[in-house]
Design a protein around this ligand. Structure first.
Ligand SMILES: Cc1cc2nc3c(=O)[nH]c(=O)nc-3n(C[C@H](O)[C@H](O)[C@H](O)COP(=O)(O)OP(=O)(O)OC[C@H]3O[C@@H](n4cnc5c(N)ncnc54)[C@H](O)[C@@H]3O)c2cc1C
Length: 368
């Protein structure tokens, strides 16, 4: 019996939107549902005081993949935003990532040779054979000054534990840049869609039926009856009613505030690298779009423990969770008419460009 739609797409995030766009283009009928009351998933932006606010954390698009870049440029014009965060350590301001501007401020060095010699001197002064924890590892890589001012407090807030109790492997490399270049990403293409990410996703979903505030898992059988195939971008363990156990996430919490001033911190992203300030970062959203509005909107970002029911942010890809995911993946392979995809469906941290890439590859395979 023919069902009403060829595809039911669960999740109106970037993965679901790529699928919806490409399937529709190929003449398939699609219904997109999302349990939230908005499209765009975690890249959702909404307007406050004329400013696009990134509700689920700051999102900066960057990629080396020209195909992905050209693909998204069909749906949005990207501005020239370049991510150059700064660190505030007890009122001292440093450029990130670690580069000649950072070293000049920290030690007064001017040439790359002077900076390299200083870093080497710092590393040697406190070098530990076989580092046993993150502190020893970081000091081995960049020395005490950078560790104390720019790594220690921030990392301890992120993980909720002292660096001496964190494993060394968390930090494998700490790239230092011996040029005066504050551009955080080494990407060929970078920017923010003018008018926000939600407008971009809306354009991708043009001509596609979308129903919001609908939880697929609350009435799975009825939804399944509507379409021949399902593209599921929700959490894979939730799909199977957590029957093998719960996959863990690291979480973040945001406190967003409108301020009666035009410019609070002069930069979109400021990291607070001391241990005392309770938040890790402050995002000032208007600077993503070079805004000149009278007011400003900031979000303070806190690291948070995650428990089932909270918003899942970063998958914890340790041994335990990876083994559990592998088991769910086996179960998923047995679901003949369901495609599991995206950051939650594949329990994988994906940058936006990667999500577009994997979704395009998967939908091409589907249509082949
Ligand atoms: C804090 C943070 C910052 C980030 N910053 C960047 C960045 O700067 N640059 C970058 O490239 N990437 C960034 N990312 C990654 C980016 O957010 C992801 O690549 C992208 O959101 C993944 O899209 P998705 O469609 O896979 O998932 P999502 O956007 O999560 O979409 C899944 C959708 O499925 C819906 N859903 C789930 N279950 C159900 C159900 N049962 N019924 C109906 N709907 C359901 C959800 O409501 C959600 O809308 C960041 C991620 C985080 C966590």
């Amino acid at each position: 019996m023919n069902k009403q739609y060829d595809y039911l797409i669960v999740g109106a995030g970037l993965y679901g939107a790529v699928f919806a766009r490409e399937l529709t283009k190929a003449g398939k009928t699609c219904l997109v549902i999302d349990k939230r009351d908005h499209i765009a998933g975690n890249i959702y932006t909404h307007e406050m005081e004329g400013i696009q606010v990134h509700q689920y954390g700051a999102h900066i698009f960057h990629t080396n993949n020209k195909e992905v870049w050209d693909y998204l440029n069909q749906f949005a014009v990207f501005n020239r935003y370049t991510n150059s965060p700064i660190a505030n350590y007890k009122g001292e301001i440093y450029n990130m990532p670690f580069n000649m501007n950072t070293f000049n401020k920290m030690w007064g060095v001017i040439t790359p040779a002077e900076a390299a010699a200083k870093i080497e001197e710092q590393r040697k002064a406190n070098y530990t054979e076989n580092p046993r924890n993150l502190e020893e590892q970081a000091i081995n890589l960049v020395g005490v000054d950078i560790y104390e001012k720019l790594i220690k407090g921030y990392t301890e807030k992120q993980w909720g534990r002292p660096c001496t109790e964190l494993p060394a492997f968390i930090i494998k490399r700490l790239p230092v840049r011996l040029t005066y270049d504050n551009n955080y990403f080494n990407a060929l293409y970078q920017g923010i869609p003018v008018g926000g990410y939600t407008a971009m996703v809306a354009k991708m979903l043009e001509g596609v039926e979308v129903r919001l505030g609908q939880d697929y898992l609350a009435d799975k059988a009825s939804w399944d009856a509507l379409a021949d195939k399902v593209v599921y971008t929700g959490p894979i363990d939730a799909y199977f009613a957590y029957k093998l156990g719960v996959l863990e996430y690291r979480s973040v919490r945001f406190e967003t505030e409108v301020l009666n001033e035009t410019n609070y911190q002069g930069n979109a992203v400021v990291n607070y690298t001391d241990a005392k300030t309770p938040y890790t970062r402050v995002i000032e959203h208007k600077h993503f779009e070079f805004g000149t509005q009278e007011k400003t909107v900031i979000s303070r970002e806190y690291s948070a423990e995650w428990k089932l029911g909270d918003e899942p942010y970063y998958p914890v890809n340790d041994e335990k969770n990876s083994a559990l995911y592998a088991k769910y993946k086996e179960l998923a392979a047995g679901e003949e008419n369901v495609i599991f995809g995206g950051r939650l469906g594949e329990y994988q941290y994906y940058d936006m460009d990667k999500v577009v890439e994997v979704a395009l590859n998967r939908v091409c395979a589907e249509l082949a």
